[in-house]
Design a protein around this ligand. Structure first.
Ligand code: 5RP
Length: 221
């Protein structure tokens, strides 16, 4: 069993009968959804999944996990999602899979947020992984130049030779910052930048981190 599978299965053990579960996106979340699907089928686990992307929705549908959208539920009990980086003070950088907008919306309305990662995602400070910024296509070149002028070393996320289009029809500009000394300050700045829909800084959001290692999983709550 690989490390992503270990943490995916471990995280699925937090899902109890009757829960509404946010289904994260990515290669680690894939194993969690797979395990929930197994439990639904083999153990008659009764849950409703709230997918955070078309990819997770498709996977859940294919394996028989009942799903609803975030607007069809009152609240979400638990969300299990991957992350691209987690800092020493448990702030997250997400969006490598371009699903940051729905991931952040679902996490915002969720009681318990769990991130599942392998050890390599645990860093001292965020920023070595490019920070995804989801933007409205109208004016995106202007925004790109603004980020360039600020020295953020932006690049448009590409999908083959086309601009990547997110599930909500936006583009992604990745900021190659190398190190983010003050994530709160940067988050506030991006929040008030016109044309920015959302960014991949997930601050003060997580309750539990499950870190996969070759010899098992470590839990931090
Ligand atoms: C998608 C995400 C993913 O959770 C993040 O990119 C981690 O993915 P993986 O588990 O494949 O490394 O934020 O938008």
């Amino acid at each position: 069993m690989n490390v992503k599978e270990t943490v995916g299965i471990k995280a699925a053990s937090y899902v109890k009968d009757g829960m509404i579960v946010g289904l994260g996106t990515g290669s680690t979340a894939y194993y969690m959804i797979k395990e929930i699907g197994r439990k639904v089928k083999e153990e008659k686990l009764n849950v409703i999944g709230v997918p955070t992307s078309t990819t997770s929705k498709k996977q859940a549908e294919e394996i028989g996990v009942p799903i609803k959208s975030i607007d069809e539920v009152e609240k979400v009990d638990i969300i299990i999602d991957g992350a691209d980086e987690i800092s020493a003070d448990y702030q997250g950088l997400k969006g490598g899979g371009a699903a940051l907008l729905f991931e952040k919306i679902v996490a915002t309305y969720t009681e318990q947020v769990i991130w599942i990662v392998d050890e390599s995602k645990m860093v001292d400070k965020l920023g070595n992984f490019p920070l995804p910024v989801e933007v409205i296509p109208y004016g995106q070149q202007q925004l790109f130049h603004l980020f360039e002028k600020k020295g953020y070393e932006p690049s448009f996320r590409m999908d083959k030779d086309q601009l990547k289009v997110t599930d909500s029809g936006h583009s992604i500009i990745d900021l190659h910052l190398k190190k983010i000394d003050d994530p709160e300050k940067l988050a506030k700045e991006l929040d008030k930048t016109v044309g920015v829909v959302e960014h991949g800084l997930f601050l003060n959001m997580v309750n539990t981190v499950i870190i996969g290692k070759e010899d098992g999983a470590k839990l931090i709550s």
